[in-house]
Design a protein around this ligand. Structure first.
Ligand SMILES: C[S@@+](CC[C@H](N)C(=O)[O-])C[C@H]1O[C@@H](n2cnc3c(N)ncnc32)[C@H](O)[C@@H]1O
Length: 264
């Protein structure tokens, strides 16, 4: 894509390169000159409701943000789903509370700022009972409640039935390795996601929780381009061991020919 017009006092000097697509959000890396005329590298996040075709117009509407350095930029949807679990974990009624109390530790002001335009972000500043009656909030929070509880339960069952490896595809800010330390103490956990999301998560996990348990391996992948089997083998996955796979909120982002490939 050719260079873009001036924005936030930064003149883009080079072609913008698409480095990540996450649903309808696109991250471009580009070079720009700021007011001190130093050439720098930055990223832009493009939100487009127009589908997968990013137009120059969309890019012109993008925000240049120095906070989003290359390799430091997490998937927006991973923050959104974790925020919905974190919010749901504040539910006073235990019968409909999301069990993901760890998400509430990971999602802090910086993460909420990344999704500031979404109602779930604003919900954290509102009275819980008032916010949970907002349709944009309860729909999302309750979707996550069902997802979290259902997958937690199936995972527990699988480990009790002998699974000794857990592969979490498109893990984002999945917290099961932290919430189920006792259950998973003899289980090798492989978290698979974009490298940038994993790097951000690792830093956040270190700051908020002191680090990840020793049995967790973060294995970067781009599902659209790489083979899961190869990535797993490099991470120490053993195909003979009984394995439980979690694929939560991922398949809609992966091209169909990759997600149904018989030998991924
Ligand atoms: C909606 S989030 C779900 C995260 C987590 N499973 C959850 O339910 O909270 C989708 C995740 O898939 C990851 N993802 C999407 N497309 C991907 C791709 N091509 N390669 C690797 N990861 C991808 C994103 O980075 C993000 O973490």
């Amino acid at each position: 894509m050719r260079s873009i017009a001036q924005r936030n006092s930064a003149q883009v000097t080079d072609n913008a390169e698409l480095v990540q697509r996450d649903g309808h959000h696109y991250t471009y890396r580009f070079r720009y000159q700021n007011s001190s005329t130093k050439t720098q590298v930055g990223t832009i996040l493009c939100g487009s409701s127009a589908g997968f075709h990013v137009t120059l117009k969309t890019v012109r509407q993008c925000r240049v943000s120095s906070r989003m350095e290359p390799n430091g930029f997490p998937s927006r949807t991973s923050i959104l789903t974790a925020a919905a679990r974190a919010f749901g974990s504040r539910e006073p009624d235990a019968s409909v509370r999301n069990p993901d109390w760890v998400a509430d530790r990971l999602i802090g002001p910086d993460e909420l700022a990344l999704i500031a335009d979404h109602p779930i972000s604003k919900a954290f500043d509102r009275d819980f009972q008032e916010a949970i009656h907002d349709p944009d909030v309860f729909g999302f929070a309750w979707l996550m409640l069902v997802r979290t509880r259902c997958i937690d339960e199936l995972m527990e069952r699988a480990v009790h039935n002998g699974a000794t490896q857990l592969v979490i595809l498109g893990a984002g800010f999945d917290t099961r390795a932290h919430r189920f330390t006792e259950l998973l103490k003899d289980v090798a956990v492989f978290e698979i996601d974009y490298g940038a999301t994993q790097e951000y998560k690792k830093q956040r996990v270190k700051a908020a929780l002191g680090g990840a348990p020793a049995n967790v391996a973060y294995s970067p992948i781009d599902f659209a381009r790489e083979r899961l089997g190869e990535v797993l083998r490099r991470a120490g996955f053993e195909s003979r061991r009984k394995t439980y796979y979690i694929c939560e909120g991922l398949s809609m982002y992966v091209p169909e020919e990759r997600s149904v490939a018989p030998n991924p």
